[in-house]
Design a protein around this ligand. Sequence first.
Ligand SMILES: Nc1nc2c(ncn2[C@@H]2O[C@H](COP(=O)(O)OP(=O)(O)O)[C@@H](O)[C@H]2O)c(=O)[nH]1
Ligand SMILES: [Mg+2]
Length: 296
Amino acid sequence: MAWADSQSLLSSLLNPSPLAITLSILVVFSIPLFLHLVIYRSASSSTLPSFLLVGPSGSGKTSLLTLFERGQHAETRTSQAPLTVEVSLPVTTSTTSSQYRSVNDPTNQIHKKLLLVDTPGHGKLRHHAFDSVVKPRNLKGIIFMIDAADISTNSSGSGNDALRQAAEYLHDLLLLLQKRANTKTSKAPTELPVLVAANKLDLFTALPAPLVKTALEGEITNVRSSRTKGLLDSGIGMNDLDVGEEKEWLGDGGEGKFDFAQMDELNVSVSVVGGNVLGADGPDVKQWWSWIGKTL
Ligand SMILES: Nc1nc2c(ncn2[C@@H]2O[C@H](COP(=O)(O)OP(=O)(O)O)[C@@H](O)[C@H]2O)c(=O)[nH]1
Ligand SMILES: [Mg+2]
């Protein structure tokens, strides 16, 4: 019979020759290793939920990143390119998925990991931030940091530079999110909440969070009306603009007062929450963590 013949293919394969044994051992051990290295690695790095840190320069983004990363404040570095760090949610912060779990559930003790992406606040480098918004890789939310002490110190006149710059930045970000939501795709755009983190509340000149909210909404109204006016001055009529699907102004109509609630229908919820990264009494970032926990 052919299969019993020592020359046949089957018997030579089944023969315990040293070459066959070595080959099979190699195959058996390398396949799981290969699968782990190639597939598992790339999958895990892209599925970690990530949060984007944006905001004007000097608002404390890099300080927050360092605090979240090491649990304490360390000297800040100037950020020229986006810097991504992996941080874990404190075990005391609950997430939406864990709210129905028993307090004794061991999974509560596992640190939830997330990625935090720091961006340079410098105007010219801002496109980095916007790049990441347009091409999100498991982007869960955006943290817009603002120095609450900076916008209050010179709020006496109408020419408040810091507030104006912050409002312009936030306006452009929200407009981008609005365009993203209006892009016609088969599936609805995923929710992308924005946390406006009013930082440096340890300083006594800082505006409390509700006032930061009103100040920003008021100034975004100004930004919006001057942008719309700019478009009109350039010869394009209001009706011409309306024809296109992409609205060039933020919120409904582009007239009247802007408030963050106008973003809700676009699945962009904006919350203004206060805190401080530094301070004599230590950092107070609990509320920001719980926002992250709810968003995860
Ligand atoms: N008083 C106070 N200062 C802060 C706080 N957070 C950051 N700073 C300071 O603000 C400055 C700018 O911080 P940085 O993280 O570099 O801002 P970035 O440009 O947004 O990355 C640094 O000198 C920080 O020490 C805070 O909560 N309170
Ligand atoms: Mg920085």
